[in-house]
Design a protein around this ligand. Structure first.
Ligand code: NAD
Length: 343
């Protein structure tokens, strides 16, 4: 019997999920939820979804999906994920998880109560190269990790759409929406150390430049998120991390990446992924790994569906999802207070 799946949100990511789920033979897409009737009708027609609903509750009651993909604006992630768990579904929640820590804990509690599986839209974890680097570090071959840094952003453009530039809808700007992918991948690769404090600054440049390029649906006056963020994180094991994000990055910058400083050398997301110290010289190490999946988001579904069918476990644990959320909540709290905060 195919697994009955429903997608929440008919925006750019919802459409992406629908297109990919439609290629998986074990999946039957039963419904799509979006209050924007025009968006949901267009997506349903394109991806041959048999039923559309403006709200998740009647959809869950009528369709009883076993798998729900939450790809709505962040403001709705927690109530929708909790409703889906309460209705007995396994749930993939898009990033960022939700608006604060209480909501995050509510999602974990609902999944635990229902005994259903949870994962997140962290498709960078599908990288086979990252998995090889994670094994290399777990085996102690880079030595103890004492510092890492991650950066991300866009070239002179905010995230597209009606929501990402509004804090009441999206939780945050470049840090929560864009850097989060590489932040999560980096934390996962180094073994998710326990964060203790965050000290951060954020800035918004868009409404200060004379003729800003508007890449979203709205005006500069509607923007309530940051387009630049910088944070320093201390971990319980004594290591640290630097996080930097910029949606208005200049064209020649490398958009995103991470670098890991270990006692024995450096790891990074770009080849050569490992350089071991040899005195004042370095020794590049070729990491062997399986071929990369053709589409990381598709592979994320394939892996999660396998876990739902009893093969393996979801790639994202509750603790890992909460660590990312704690760091981001800490980043915004610290920036607002102008000092270091405990997370
Ligand atoms: N994993 C990734 O690479 C990736 C990429 C882009 C977006 N995302 C995430 O996916 C989510 C959606 O982002 P997007 O870029 O598709 O946004 P979008 O603006 O393109 O679409 C959002 C859609 O949600 C609908 N919506 C609004 N309220 C809703 C509600 N209560 N219930 C259901 N639908 C509702 C809107 O009508 C719209 O169609 C966000 O969490 C975003 O961070 C993830």
């Amino acid at each position: 019997m195919p697994i009955k799946a429903a997608v929440i949100g008919a925006g750019s990511m919802g459409n992406n999920h629908l297109a990919l789920l439609a290629t998986i033979p074990d999946v039957q897409i039963v419904a799509l939820v979006d209050p924007d009737e025009q968006a949901s009708r267009a997506a349903a027609e394109k991806h041959r979804v048999p039923a559309v609903y403006p709200d998740i509750a009647p959809m869950l009651a009528a369709e009883r999906p076993e798998y729900v993909v939450v790809a709505s604006p962040v403001k709705y992630h927690a109530p929708q994920a909790i409703a889906a768990f309460d209705a007995g579904a396994h749930v993939l929640v898009e990033k960022p998880l939700c608006m604060d820590l209480a909501e995050a804990e509510g999602i974990v509690a609902a999944a635990t109560r229902a005994g259903r599986l949870f994962t997140m839209g962290f498709q960078r974890r599908q990288s086979r190269a990252f998995r090889a680097l994670k094994r290399f570090i777990a085996d102690g071959k880079l030595g103890a990790i004492y510092h890492s840094r991650v950066w991300g952003g866009h070239t002179m453009s905010y995230a597209w759409g009606r929501y990402h530039h509004r804090k009441d809808q999206s939780f945050g700007g470049v840090a929560a929406a864009t850097v989060i992918h590489d932040l999560d991948a980096l934390l996962w690769v180094i073994g998710v150390p326990e964060p203790v404090t965050v000290s951060a600054s954020i800035f918004r440049k868009l409404d200060k430049v004379p003729d800003p390029y508007i890449s979203f649906i709205g005006t500069a006056a509607d923007v309530t998120v940051e387009d630049f963020a910088h944070a320093h994180v201390r971990f319980a094991d004594g290591s640290s991390m630097s996080i930097e994000g910029n949606w208005l990055m200049h064209p020649r910058k490398r958009h995103s990446g991470f670098e890991i400083n270990g006692v024995l050398g450096i790891g990074s997301d770009a080849p050569p992924m490992v350089e071991l110290d040899r005195g004042r010289d370095v020794d590049p190490v070729e990491l062997e790994h399986e071929p990369e999946p053709a589409n990381a988001v598709l592979q994320e579904h394939v892996e999660f569906l396998a876990a739902i069918q009893g093969h393996g476990t979801p790639v994202v644990t509750f603790r890992e999802a909460l660590v990312v959320q704690r760091i981001l909540v800490g980043l915004y709290e610290s920036a607002e207070r102008g000092g270091e905060v405990r997370v």
